[in-house]
Design a binder for this molecule. Structure first.
Ligand SMILES: NC(=O)c1ccc[n+]([C@@H]2O[C@H](COP(=O)([O-])OP(=O)(O)OC[C@H]3O[C@@H](n4cnc5c(N)ncnc54)[C@H](O)[C@@H]3O)[C@@H](O)[C@H]2O)c1
Length: 445
């Protein structure tokens, strides 16, 4: 692997001098070459992956990988030339790859992402990027090591709604005055008592042991596979060994409205409260709060996440936040901004109602639109490597979210040293930063 990567680096430098670039597969790419397509492996080829098919069809899908062979059959109709795999580790060994799109279960995202980057491949990974604090940190570190070579994107495609830019501008330009707090929430409630009881044998087409992958073995149940394509994640993502419930699910999308605006570093503290702890199932009702350090345009602020019935206090009694299923709110010294994915509204404090404290942007100074989110990543792989939700930006956010779950599980407010990734006041919480994996599975292989 080392020699292949060294060769690529050499070719990259030589090609750059000639106005060309070398894709990870070793293919020359650029305006002067006939080749303008990426060789992509689609890992997790059904369900959420279907939403990626049309975009992917404009590139070369050279590999498809799924633990369910019927899902492979389905994907093969769209990508008949792609080589088929059931084990993503073998798929990543295929020699002609440039990039990977990963749409598998949450508990395998960080694995696939790390392994792919370690093989010099660009990665688009569905949200959530990680399933523990450790996973978030390792993926981010692997990305930062390869930042000058690889383009990464976490699948929070709502980020391309222009509203995200507008919210960022309003907050940074002072439309709520000095920012004092921010939060996001989601109202989804999927209650389960515990892992489903084992039921029957996995069907022949399903490689169940590979589906379990690095997680502890739970007996097969058809319940894990009983959802609609694209929403089947709601059949397994509430169980600790396979996901993080709504924290990683809708939390990845909705907290992104806040994260995009506040320019945050890793949290200094975390605390969480909600449903009584269930060792099998993540909580439905939950409030998480972090203290985020100051930066050069705002003070240190608390940021919170509410889910499953927990809600922030509305800024005025005539505002019903519960009408917004997935929303975000920013409170400042002059007013409050409330937003959902596509729209927002600003409520100045009574005495600041004339808004004279704030100068709106002119049209020509608005942030440029992200455009199509998937295309942003394709273009980044072929060009400047820049995306709006790379593994540094999104990795820090999911680290914060996962740390919140650690505090909830530890049942106390924890102090966090983000530089070293350690909890400084609770050995019990420290022990919860990482997950245990089944023998034979390596996070950063
Ligand atoms: N960005 C979004 O809006 C959005 C929407 C839905 C789902 N998602 C994310 O997409 C992911 C998949 O969700 P889903 O509902 O499609 O789930 P799913 O259970 O249907 O799984 C998707 C596909 O991956 C396959 N798969 C599972 N584990 C695999 C493995 N280890 N190796 C190879 N293939 C594997 C499954 O067989 C299936 O074909 C989740 O992480 C979810 O959070 C994102």
């Amino acid at each position: 692997m080392e020699t292949t990567m060294q060769r690529r680096d050499f070719l990259r430098t030589a090609a750059a001098g000639a106005g060309l670039m070398v894709l990870p597969s070793g293919t020359l790419f650029g305006a002067e070459t006939p080749n303008s397509k990426l060789n992509i492996a689609l890992i997790g080829a059904y369900g959420r992956a279907i939403a990626h098919y049309d975009g992917l069809a404009k590139e070369n899908v050279v590999a498809i990988c799924d633990v369910n062979e019927e899902h492979l059959d389905f994907a093969a109709e769209k990508f008949p030339k792609a080589k088929r795999h059931v084990d993503w580790r073998k798929c990543l060994d295929q020699k002609n790859l440039d990039a990977v799109v990963c749409c598998t279960t949450d508990h395998t995202h960080a694995f696939v992402a790390n392994w792919a980057m370690n093989r010099g491949l660009h990665v688009y990974c569905e949200k959530p990027l990680a399933n523990s604090v450790e996973e978030a940190r390792v993926v981010r570190a692997t990305y930062l090591k390869n930042k000058g070579k690889l383009a990464t994107q976490v699948g929070t495609q709502r980020h391309s709604h222009e509203n995200y830019n507008r919210v960022q501008e309003l907050i940074r330009d002072g439309a709520v005055g000095e920012l004092k707090s921010a939060c996001a929430w989601g109202d989804r409630q999927i209650r389960r008592p515990g892992y489903p009881a084992g039921q029957g044998k996995p069907p022949k087409n399903l490689h169940y042991d590979l589906w379990i992958g690095p997680s502890p073995l739970h007996p097969y149940s058809p319940e894990y596979f009983s959802g609609e394509p694209g929403a089947n994640c709601l059949q397994w993502n509430m169980y600790w060994d396979f996901g993080s419930g709504q924290v990683g699910d809708m939390g990845s999308h909705t907290m992104d409205i806040v994260w995009n605006a506040i320019e945050a570093g890793l949290p200094l503290t975390a605390e969480g409260a909600g449903d009584p702890f269930n060792p099998e199932v993540t909580p439905v009702e939950l409030t998480l709060t972090w203290e985020l350090p100051a930066n050069d345009w705002r003070p240190a602020i608390p940021v919170s996440w509410y889910q499953g019935g927990a809600m922030p206090k509305a800024p005025a009694d005539y505002v019903n936040l519960a009408k917004i299923n997935h929303g975000a709110m920013f409170k400042g010294t002059k007013g409050t901004l409330v937003s959902h994915f596509e729209r927002r509204f600003l409520i100045p404090n009574d005495e600041d109602g004339d808004l004279t404290y704030y100068t709106p942007r002119t049209k020509d100074t608005l942030l440029p639109p992200v455009g199509n989110f998937q295309t942003e990543w394709f273009n980044a792989c072929k060009g400047n490597l820049k995306t709006s939700c790379d593994f540094d930006y999104a990795g820090k956010m999911i680290e914060m979210m996962m740390l919140g779950l650690v505090a909830y599980r530890a049942g106390k407010k924890i102090d966090y040293d983000g530089a070293n990734g350690t909890v400084t006041n609770s050995p019990e919480a420290q022990a919860l930063l990482a997950r245990e994996y089944r023998k034979g599975w390596k996070l950063n292989g």
